[in-house]
Design a protein around this ligand. Sequence first.
Ligand code: AMP
Ligand code: MG
Length: 321
Amino acid sequence: MKNTTSDIKHAASLLKSGELVAFPTETVYGLGGNALSDDAVAEIYAVKERPQFNPLIVHVRSIEDANHHAHCNTTARMLAHHFWPGPLTLVLLRRPECELSYLVSAGMDTVAVRVPAHPMAQALLHEAGIPIAAPSANRSGRISPTEASHVQEELGGRLAMILDGGPCHVGIESTVVDVTGETPIILRPGSISAKQIGDVLHCKIPLLPNLSSSSMRSPGQLASHYAPSHPVRLNATHAAADEALLAFGEHVPTGAAYTLNISKHGNLQEAAANLFRMLRALDTKDVRCIAVMPIPEDADTHALGIAINDRLKRAATPDTI
Ligand code: AMP
Ligand code: MG
């Protein structure tokens, strides 16, 4: 059941006293803690079992808040004015007097900041009046949660509270852009495409940076991520009787033990919103592997496909750590 204003007030007071609260955003559910408190941020890492070198996104109310903690240069301001509140994260240089816990930056001199659009996330930020560090509310490396029940299943016992705002509309994580250098770099593709960003800045943004430099600059971009417990087979054009099939579009091969279709009409927005929920559902089945049909990606016409395929490739990469 969705939470009410008094629940949000309670969640805000828990956050202020250093507890962790999961809350909905338009992308996925976040695992929130007071970004000013080393203890609270350390607890986020502990609950997620996240490697310390993977920095966290700090959620704030406004551009002014972001600028209070970090340098919002012209590029950052143009993007923030256009896309905030919304699914865009900006990597900025910390100000020398920045009071955010260094743990959110994982020891770097940068900090990733976002103003979320979800009304419950906004209400929580306003009520708490503190910056909220919030990675996705799943155990490190696993599938991101897009419903409150996913958080409950995975982390329920370890959180002070889970705010329920229903299913997330976007369904995949924010686009992360590093704007600290001369040219903006997309560190993580998301629903806001390179073309949309380039249109606002009147320049061409390289679609995907070469992987090694992007993974160095965004330590969270591990090759294996978003991983179900079953192996994942990509670009499946047929399905075996001992496989679960994650389908896309009208023409679906028959023969799989279970099939879920992320968008029967081939709509990428619907596919993104359904992706993690359906991957989770198929992962509970007793099958040999999860086969995934091809998802179209094209910078101009199918930009969201790039973000979806990014997540699927990581889901298919065996965990070698
Ligand atoms: P998540 O916490 O799951 O939403 O993921 C956050 C993403 O943002 C990860 O890919 C991080 O590596 C990336 N990120 C967060 N902070 C920084 C930063 N200061 N510099 C570069 N990437 C960052
Ligand atoms: Mg995550």
